[in-house]
Design a protein around this ligand. Structure first.
Ligand code: NAD
Length: 547
């Protein structure tokens, strides 16, 4: 997709423009034509040589945070080179620009701050949000990732420091699905914070006040959503890392009004369900026979359960039967009907049984086939829990999805060790392969970036007016389909990241087809060759010749 602006920028301004800059790769002809002679060292480099230099520097750094800072610096100087490096080295780069390193980067955001990226909209901007959006330099915005920073990964309220999340997610939209960077807008809504460290830190960059709540908060969100419809009418809005009391409400309020979804609820659901579909190719049992025990009854957990129920219903169960196969443990214990403290989103999963507090008792009562960890609590899948799951199942499914790594319910190593290598394991943050008694297991990463970039590309390509749960169900199936037998043989239930562009294109096609089938697509007439059209929309981070 060539949406580069006219190349009227020359000289030093060209070198300072991250979209157009090619650095030492400007040819002699370009240097003469664009007023660059003398502004660069004489040698002309290929993009490959530039990559070698950047990766060499990156690999010399001893901390992941330093690597993150280097990569963000590159993104600010030369976007094309940044995306080529990200795309061709995703295994190495993704954990740096996204979880787990981005968690650390958000915690340190105010201390490592160099230059802003994205739009900061604060509670003080109420009444002026359209003006703030007008200040954004690109007028054709197609994807917005927005957070209010209240629940950044599993790290809690980081407010304005949470900007690393929309920035990182949008980098993945580009790297994984080829959505042009100029279409992407990261937004942080700074509504204050309850984080004492931030409130008292002189370096903190956000509003130094408690969070606004209630009608004032809702009005600000509504002003933002309405302003987006006006300023960027083709934009998809992805809600990200909102605390669950707002996430569910906002999704319910806006999902049928505008083109939006919540990645923590719906994206997570699709990636986890895809993992289940793949795991079932190993355990050789249908979805409708699974019994899922969720540790954590928040956005991720109930989102996964909702989509799994939809998948079970497709296999012939009634909704009630399917729901009865999903049990939840929250911070208090088993989610049961007799409890009076249940938040609205947990109620549909409250089961009609006596309350149990102890996780082992719950496992004994349920005999789950799968443990799904979405509690944000490190180590809740301890040796006793894992051994019990392995006693009940030949191949226990164990998903430790909490992010970042420090919050994972168990490590890959403990999962395999305490199940004698029988666990079908996936995690939210990446773990290295584990060798146990001579066998090497490759843990899958249930990374949302397998799903949201492809769904986003499908929505953009079809200009769908809405994002539906059915799209996420289709995305889950498509992703599982992309897992090869050779992956499953190693215990890996997600495709390798090297296949991500292919996976995203397949998900985009399935999403766009659904948009047309359901009458939601507004890109009309439908392109005759939809797969070809989607491919043509994907940005390739290769330099163009300017003269
Ligand atoms: P949330 O705050 O909405 O929910 C957390 C839930 O955990 C709550 O229901 C809470 O009661 C429960 N909980 C707390 N302590 C517990 C304990 N000891 N045992 C059982 N449950 C306990 O958060 P969320 O959005 O659902 O996210 C939860 C975790 O999942 C986070 O760490 C997040 O990073 C992770 N996540 C992973 C992925 C992924 O890997 N693809 C995607 C989204 C979220």
């Amino acid at each position: 997709m060539t949406t580069l602006p006219q190349k009227t920028v020359t000289g030093i301004n060209l070198l300072h423009d991250p979209v157009l800059n090619k650095g030492t790769a400007f040819t002699d002809k370009e240097r003469d034509a664009l007023g660059l002679r003398g502004l660069l060292p004489p040698s002309v480099n290929t993009q490959e040589i530039q990559m070698e230099r950047v990766l060499g520097n990156l690999r010399r750094k001893t901390s992941d945070l330093e690597k993150y800072i280097q990569l963000v610096g590159l993104q600010d100087r030369n976007e094309t080179l940044f995306y080529r490096i990200a795309l061709e080295n995703l295994d190495e780069i993704m954990p740096l620009i996204y979880t787990p390193t981005v968690g650390l980067a958000c915690q340190e955001y105010d201390h490592i701050f160099r230059r802003p990226r994205g739009l900061f909209i604060s509670a003080n901007d109420a009444g002026k949000i359209p003006t703030v959006l007008k200040n954004w330099h690109n007028r054709d915005v197609r994807v917005i990732v927005v957070t209010d920073g209240e629940r950044i990964l599993g790290l809690g309220d980081l407010s304005a420091n949470g900007m690393g999340i929309p920035v990182g997610k949008l980098a993945l939209y580009t790297a994984c699905a080829g959505i042009h960077p100029s279409y992407c807008l990261p937004v942080t809504l700074d509504v204050g914070t309850e984080n004492e460290r931030l409130l008292t830190d002189p370096l903190y960059l956000g509003l130094r006040q408690r969070r606004i709540r209630g009608a004032t908060y809702d009005d600000l969100i509504e002003e933002f959503v309405n302003a987006v419809q006006h300023e960027f009418p083709h934009a998809l809005i992805q809600f990200e890392d909102f605390a669950n009391h707002n996430a569910f409400r906002l999704l319910k309020k806006y999902r049928n009004l505008v083109c939006t979804f919540n990645d923590d609820i719906q994206g997570t659901a699709a990636v986890a369900l895809a993992g289940l579909y793949s795991a079932l190719r190993i355990t050789r049992k249908p979805l409708k026979e699974q019994k899922l025990l969720f540790f954590g009854a928040g956005e991720a957990g109930t989102g996964i359960a909702d989509l799994t129920v939809a998948g079970m219903v497709e296999e012939g169960l009634t909704e009630t039967e399917a729901r009865a196969r999903c049990w939840f443990i929250d911070s208090k214990g088993l989610v049961v009907k007799s409890r009076t403290d249940l938040a609205e989103h947990k109620v549909p999963y409250a089961i009609d049984r006596p309350f149990l507090k102890d996780s082992l008792d719950i496992i004994d009562a349920m005999a789950p086939t799968a443990l799904i960890g979405v509690s944000g609590q490190h180590g809740v899948f301890d040796e006793t829990i894992l051994r019990r799951a392995a006693k009940i199942n030949d191949r226990p499914i164990v998903f430790a999805l909490s992010n970042p790594t420090s919050k994972a319910e168990c490590t890959a190593e403990t999962a395999y060790r305490h199940t004698d290598g029988r666990a079908v394991f996936a995690s939210g943050s990446p773990f290295a392969p584990v060798t146990l008694n001579g066998t090497t297991f490759v843990p899958g990463q249930g990374n949302n970036s397998y799903i949201f970039p492809g769904v986003g590309l499908g929505v953009l390509a079809s200009q769908s007016q809405r994002v539906t749960d059915e799209m996420f169900l289709t995305a889950a199936r498509t992703l599982a389909h992309e897992v090869g037998e050779e992956d499953l043989d190693k215990g890996r239930i997600y495709p390798p990241l090297t296949k991500i562009r292919r996976v995203s294109a397949a998900i985009a096609l399935a999403t766009a087809e659904l948009a047309y089938k359901r009458g939601l697509a507004t890109k009309l007439p439908r392109p005759a060759n939809l797969p070809g059209y989607i491919q043509s929309q994907m940005y390739n981070p290769m330099y163009e010749s300017y003269v």
